[in-house]
Every structure is written in structure tokens, then in C-alpha cells.
Design a protein. Structure first.
Lengths: 403, 137, 260
């Protein structure tokens, strides 16, 4: 099926070329980083993780939710399905799985692209990437990073296997091979595990009070469930516009309902953090939030971004709470963009950096990304979208043929 | 048998063959200088019995493994003394033991390493951390 | 393809994989080191700890004295990067309100909030950095030292995120050009891309010497010893004087005690 990626319209090639340009620039910047070291970034002794890890954190959520939301579709023809009680939070749309039929493959392939970006962001962040295999050579079960490596790579393999084989079977007009089924069952809890484990990276550190909250994993889940579907909806509309493949209006509407609930919960969770911090008035709980939303000791770099997040989130909620939005393509697209971008601001920018501010000495040392750092990050995003474009091209070509 | 796309395939094959045989024709006529390993450091010259931690043949093939094992023992297991087969004790340290005798790194270690193409400082990269002894040039 | 030919190929592939694995297994086999042992002079302990007598340091020490810090940084070829963002430091001073955040108050004697304290890695008994390191590049030794293995570190900086005491520094660039003091030829430098911190001078303990900072303080403000040995110097001091530790509420069980 890979040959479908090598034939396409002019627009397809132009998109790939544009992405390749960004990938090339990012790669050049990465070579610069390999040559000089991580000093070229804006990270330092105090804020030792920056936008690389922040992007990875955000994309893990996108990767997980893209699959969890739609994957149960593959199991719709089995009565056993009703017994899947692990899906306590998802019973709603399990009742109407067939709706998701066409969009599932888009979710799978989005997960592949997102996890690829996650892994790339981790690699570009390492001080000694040539020693990457040490994580495999010296397994350390007490380290959450070790488990993160396992679940991320496992998830990548799972989604490639499932997505590819189901698509291939569809192309041939036969049911997918029987061994794919247990993998599908596996990938649903596995999707939960990738962002739970990633949340555990932060939630178990006694040093960082901003992250030391029990609801960190829950916050990851809720923001994933709105940012993932938001991107998936936008991609579905894009696919509908440029190819003959229509994922279906009902699927998009269902996704936007999930996105709405998840957005409400996400914003609610942020509110919960504020309550605990400011009602208890414990300095270590309050300081990072104050830094983000008001500025601490005169340092206010992230304040405008966080208020933009707030504004966009409120705006998105206002739009989504109106049930008519999901039926109006233009309005829905705006709402999705607002959801995605606001969640990116909160998780991709605010969460990681603010965890380090103030530092363990209660000093405020700020962080802002450098130009090469941004170029590398953009290069990795471009790589993810390149993978996404190629996979979507294959998927839509097959779907067009089969239809 | 008809060959399709011959206009692209044949030149492509020729370019490929040219690239893949590059090391051979580029270095034709040149001979790399064989390594001349010098053992005439002041410390070695003063030794009564000139012997290393292991016999020469073992050292040649196994010094990398030995250094790795020494590293594990010192850093991770906190054992610093090595008892050789003949009972002699050595301090397991590249900088402080090996280089005590072989203080002429450029005429000893580097000779074979450069010959084998390991001269860029990246492999073996012991010396980016472990301080090489100062040599009189 | 016929079913039988296909299964033959599958079997053949598996066999080739198996045969190919044999030399790999051989290669991974470790050489047996004849015998290794430790220097009989080495200092032996079950839990190395340090008592920092800041009261004595303020009373007896000359203002601006940096003997301990300098000794540490010279002994270990610690670079002087020159900017706050990327500095590398193993032992340095912080004012009370920064070394003990949350304990500062306006009603303390004198100007306690600004008084300098020597801070370093606390070699915690329950070290969070050890818990999070994915390669065990930082690990707990049986003698209580939280040790760094620079050869194994992949530079992920998870340990830096995990350390509640800000004790760890990363080499953002090649430190060799920034070593402003005379090189100690008996100790290596580090490369860019690895994390470093105080190692309780394990290389000195191994030959029977006390840590460099302890030896360097002319007024004897730094005391080093084995917490598990009831007769050690540090135990005697801890039994006779009140001491505080940094952030004990986090449960990391630090091994550095301060007399204020």
C-alpha cells in the first residue's frame, strides 16, 4: 500500500515539499546542537527541561486520545464488546460505534504520527543521544522514564500493526486477520497507559510542587480528550476537502460532543488546582501559579500566554456549549482550533516550564526558548505532519478505491 | 528481455557503482603509515622487568574490555585495586596507572588508533574526560 | 507461494536468527577479572554523612572565605562557566532563605535570612534522583554515597528535575575550556551532555583521605563520618548539638546536617 504515497496531486507534493523544508531546517539546527551541545537552547541549570519535553508531554495526550476515542469501532461486531467494563468513562459512544467507522483509521494514523513526534522530541532533548540504548541495556523498573520508553514504543508498534493491517484488509475486501483482534483489545488500555505513565513522570517528584498533584494524570487525560479530537476533527474536514473520502458528519458531531465534555472537565481541573493552591495559601503550591498568571518577583514572561489560554478556553467552551456549533462546519473548526491551541498553551508551554519556577532555592530564573531550539521543535512537528500526510494519503487512497 | 526505464537505470547503476567503490579508487596508490608503537618512556625504561598488566597479545586484543571492566569495578563497585595473574597489584585507573608507564600517548595509543581511523576524538573518546598526560612535543 | 515452501522459509529464517545470535551471546559474555580488591587504607563506612558547622564558619571564618568550595572545584576540575544560567557547581553558598525556603522569618536573630550556608548534594538515603534515573547512571552505593557514573549518563536531566535541593549541574557545553583553575591530573573532567554533582570525594575516601572540602577548612567547620558508626565524629556531634537538614519534610532523608 506504500505505493499510494508516491502518487498524488500537485497540492500533495507541494505540502510534502513544504514540510521537507521545515524538516531540513530543523535537522540543520539539530546538527548545530549536536556540535555545540544543548547550550544553544534556552534551557539552563534551573529550568532544565524546556519546549522539547513540553511538546512531548502535549503530544502524548494527542496520541492517546486519537485512538481511545475511535478504536472501539473495530470491536463493534462482537457481542463480547458489551462486557468491556474497563471503558467506564467511554460507555456513551460505545453504544453507537458504527458512527466512527470511517474516522477510525484517521485516528490510528494520527496516533502513529503523534507518538513519532514524542519519541523524536525525547531524542533531541538528550545530552548524549548516542547513549540512547543505555535505557534498554540497563533496564531500571523504578524509573518512570524506563516505563515511558516501553509504553511509547509499544504504542507505536501497536498502532502501526493495527492500522496497517485493518486498512490492508479493507483494501482487499476481507475481514482483518484474527491476530489483530487481541492487539486492538490491548491498545485501548495501552493508550490510557501512555499518558498515565507520562503524567507519572511529573506527578511523583517531591522536588516540584506544581506537579506534585494527584490529579496530574487525570488532567493529562482530560486535556488529551479535548486536544486529540479537536485535531482529529480538523484533520477530518481537511481530508474531506482535499480527497473524496468523507469520514461522516455523525462521527464529527460525536467527536465534538466528547471534546466538549473533556474541555469542561479540563477547565474544571485547572480550577481545582487554583482552589487547592489559593485556599490553602501554602506558598509552594501557589508560587508556580502566581508566576504563570501574574508574574513572580517581576518575572512575567509566560503571563500573556497563560491569559491567552484562559481566553481561548472560555471562548471555546462558549462555542461548544451551544449544540448548534457542531453542525456548523465553520464554527466547529474555529472552536476546535481554540481548544487545540489553548490546551497547547497550557500543557505545551505552561506546565513544564512552570514546574521549575521557582527553583528549589525559591529563586525565579526564567526560561525562553532560543531560535535554534524553536527551529528544531518546528522540524520535529514538520516530521510528524510529514508522516501524517503520507499515512493519510495511503488511507484515503485506499478508502477511495474501496468505495 | 526488455529493460524498462533504461535511460534512468543504467546511469543510476553507474553512479552507484562509482560511489560504492569510492574508498578503493580514492585511496589508490596511497598507503597509510603503519603504526609505530613506541614503548621508550622514562618510566618503562627504568623498569627491571618490562611487563604490563596483561601479556602483550592479551593487551592488544583485550585492552578495551579490560578498561571497561576496570571502569565498572571502580565507579560502580568501588573496588580500585587489580590483582594480576602474577600477584602484582595495579591501581585500576587509566589516567593514574596506565598512563604512568605509557605517558607518550601520541606515540603509543594514538598510533594504532589513528591507523584504524579512530582519530577524530570521538572514538575512543576516553580523552574528552580523562586527561591525557602532557607530552613534550 | 505454496504453504510448505512458505513454512520452510519461515523455519529457515528462525534458524538463521538463532545461529546469528550465538556469537552475540558469546561477545556479551564478560571476561572474568582475576581479582579485585580495595586499598586497605580506604575509609570504610555504611552511611557517609557530613556536619556543616555554620555557626563556627561565621564566627571563626574570614569574610569571603571560599576555601572549601575552591578545594572541591580544583580537585574535581569543575569548570567555571561564568553565567548563572549554565553554571556548574558542586559546593557553594546560598543565603538561609534560599537554602531553607519556607523557614525564613523576619523575627530571626540578626540577619539570619541572608547568612550564607554551604550547600551541596545531600546524598539522601531515599534519593529521588536515584529513583528516577532511567539507566542507573546515578545510583546509591552501599557506603551511602549517591554516586554518578558519567559513562552511563544519557543526559536526560530527569535527576535534575527530581532533586529537591538543586544540587545537580548539567554540562550544556564542553567544560574543558572553562576550567580556570589548574587541572588536577589525577581526576578526569566531564564531557558535555552529562550531569554532575558532589561525589563526597569517593576517590579520596578510597585512599584513606577525607573529602577535599573537609580538609581545606582551616577552622574545621566541616565534619565527615559514618552515620551508622555510633563512635564516629559525626554521631558524637549530632548527639550533642541541635542540627537541621534541608527540606526534611520531603522524606528524602538527607545526610548533610547543619549547625546554626
Amino acid at each position: 500500500m506504500l505505493d499510494r504515497a508516491f502518487s498524488g496531486s500537485q497540492k500533495y507534493y507541494r505540502l510534502l515539499m513544504a514540510l521537507l523544508v521545515f524538516m531540513g531546517l530543523g535537522f540543520a539546527a539539530y546538527l548545530f546542537q549536536l556540535n555545540r551541545g544543548l547550550t544553544i537552547t534556552g534551557m539552563g541549570r534551573d529550568v532544565s527541561w524546556g519546549i522539547y519535553i513540553a511538546q512531548f508531554t502535549f503530544l502524548v495526550g494527542v496520541a492517546a486520545s486519537a485512538v481511545m476515542v475511535v478504536l472501539p469501532y473495530y470491536l463493534h461486531d462482537i457481542k463480547v464488546f458489551g462486557k468491556i467494563t474497563i471503558m467506564v468513562v467511554l460507555p456513551y459512544y460505545l453504544h453507537d460505534i458504527k458512527v466512527f467507522g470511517k474516522i477510525t483509521i484517521l485516528g490510528e494514523f494520527l496516533a502513529v504520527a503523534a507518538v513519532t513526534m514524542c519519541l523524536l522530541f525525547i531524542i533531541v532533548d538528550l545530552g548524549k543521544p548516542m547513549r540512547l540504548l543505555n535505557v534498554l541495556l540497563y533496564p531500571t523498573p523504578n524509573s518512570i522514564l524506563f516505563w515511558d520508553m516501553i509504553v511509547l514504543n509499544g504504542y507505536l508498534i501497536l498502532n502501526i500493526l493495527i492500522g496497517w493491517n485493518v486498512l490492508d484488509a479493507e483494501r482487499k475486501g476481507v475481514p482483518y486477520p484474527h491476530w489483530v483482534k487481541p492487539l486492538i483489545y490491548l491498545s485501548i488500555p495501552w493508550a490510557i497507559s501512555i499518558h498515565t505513565v507520562t503524567a507519572f513522570l511529573y506527578a511523583g517528584l517531591p522536588a516540584r510542587h506544581y506537579w506534585l498533584t494527584a490529579i496530574m494524570a487525570a488532567r493529562f487525560l482530560s486535556s488529551a480528550f479535548c486536544s486529540g479530537p479537536a485535531l482529529l476533527i480538523l484533520l477530518a474536514y481537511t481530508v474531506k476537502k482535499y480527497t473524496k473520502f468523507d469520514p461522516g458528519q455523525e462521527a464529527i458531531e460525536k467527536l465534538s460532543i466528547i471534546m466538549t465534555y473533556a474541555m469542561i472537565i479540563s477547565v474544571f481541573f485547572v480550577g481545582l488546582e487554583f482552589f487547592t493552591a489559593f485556599y490553602s495559601q501554602i506558598p509552594s503550591h501557589m508560587h508556580s501559579l502566581v508566576y504563570l498568571f501574574k508574574g513572580l518577583e517581576g518575572h512575567r514572561f509566560l503571563v500573556p500566554f497563560m491569559w491567552l489560554f484562559t481566553g481561548l478556553a472560555v471562548f471555546a467552551l462558549a462555542m461548544l456549549l451551544n449544540p448548534n456549533t457542531k453542525r456548523n462546519e465553520k464554527k466547529l473548526k474555529i472552536a476546535c482550533a481554540a481548544v487545540f491551541f489553548s490546551m497547547w498553551l497550557e500543557k505545551g508551554l505552561g506546565l513544564i516550564v512552570a514546574g521549575f519556577i521557582p527553583n528549589p532555592f525559591d529563586q525565579v530564573r526564567e526560561y525562553s526558548p532560543s531560535i535554534p531550539e524553536i527551529m528544531i521543535a518546528l522540524g520535529v512537528w514538520a516530521t510528524g505532519f510529514f508522516v501524517l500526510t503520507v499515512l493519510y494519503k495511503i488511507a484515503t487512497s485506499v478508502k477511495e478505491e474501496v468505495a | 528481455m526488455k529493460i524498462y526505464n533504461a535511460k534512468q537505470i543504467i546511469p543510476g547503476l553507474i553512479i552507484f557503482l562509482g560511489l560504492i567503490t569510492f574508498p578503493f579508487w580514492f585511496n589508490m596508490g596511497k598507503a597509510a603509515v603503519p603504526p609505530e608503537v613506541k614503548l621508550d618512556t622514562p618510566v618503562i625504561q627504568q623498569m627491571a622487568v618490562k611487563q604490563c598488566v596483561l601479556p602483550k597479545a592479551d593487551m592488544r586484543t583485550g585492552h578495551m574490555q579490560l578498561l571497561n571492566d576496570w571502569r565498572t569495578e571502580v565507579v560502580r563497585n568501588n573496588q580500585r585495586i587489580y590483582v594480576a595473574a602474577d600477584g602484582k597489584q595495579y591501581n585500576m585507573s587509566l589516567q593514574n596507572e596506565c598512563m604512568k608507564c605509557h605517558s607518550n600517548k601520541t606515540q603509543f595509543c594514538d598510533q594504532c588508533h589513528v591507523y584504524a581511523g579512530l582519530q577524530l576524538g570521538s572514538v575512543p573518546y576516553c580523552w574528552t574526560c580523562h586527561i591525557a598526560p602532557k607530552e613534550a612535543k | 507461494m505454496e504453504e510448505s515452501r512458505r513454512s520452510f522459509l519461515k523455519l529457515g529464517g528462525l534458524c538463521a536468527l538463532g545461529i546469528g545470535a550465538l556469537p552475540v551471546v558469546d561477545a556479551l559474555g564478560k571476561t572474568d577479572l582475576p581479582k579485585v580488591m580495595n586499598d586497605p587504607k580506604a575509609l570504610v563506612g555504611k552511611r557517609w554523612a557530613m556536619v556543616v558547622d555554620m555557626k563556627k564558619c561565621w564566627e571563626k571564618g574570614k569574610p569571603g572565605c571560599k576555601d572549601c568550595s575552591l578545594a572541591c572545584h580544583v580537585t574535581h576540575n569543575v569548570p567555571e562557566i561564568g553565567n548563572v544560567k549554565e553554571e556548574v557547581k558542586w559546593l557553594w553558598t546560598e543565603p538561609f532563605e534560599n537554602a531553607f525556603p519556607g523557614q525564613e522569618s523576619h523575627f530571626m536573630p540578626g540577619n539570619m535570612n541572608e547568612k550564607p550556608f554551604m550547600v551541596l548534594c545531600n546524598h539522601c538515603a531515599q534519593a529521588p534522583c536515584v529513583r528516577v534515573c532511567p539507566t542507573q547512571a546515578t545510583f546509591k552505593r552501599p557506603d551511602g554515597i549517591t554516586m554518578m557514573d558519567f559513562h552511563r549518563c544519557i543526559g536526560c536531566r530527569y535527576c535534575m528535575a527530581g532533586c529537591p535541593f538543586g544540587a545537580r549541574s548539567f554540562n550544556w557545553k564542553d567544560p574543558r575550556n572553562y576550567i580556570k583553575t589548574e587541572l588536577n591530573m589525577t581526576f578526569p573532567t566531564r564531557e558535555r551532555g552529562v550531569v554532575e554533582k558532589c561525589n563526597f570525594c569517593d576517590e579520596r575516601l578510597a585512599v584513606g583521605k577525607l573529602p577535599a572540602c573537609v580538609e581545606a577548612c582551616k577552622d574545621g567547620c566541616l565534619r565527615f563520618g559514618d552515620l551508622e558508626d555510633p563512635n564516629s565524629e559525626v554521631r558524637k556531634i549530632l548527639a550533642s548539638q541541635f542540627t537541621i537538614r534541608r527540606k526534611p519534610e520531603l522524606g528524602t532523608d538527607p545526610s548533610v546536617f547543619y549547625i546554626i
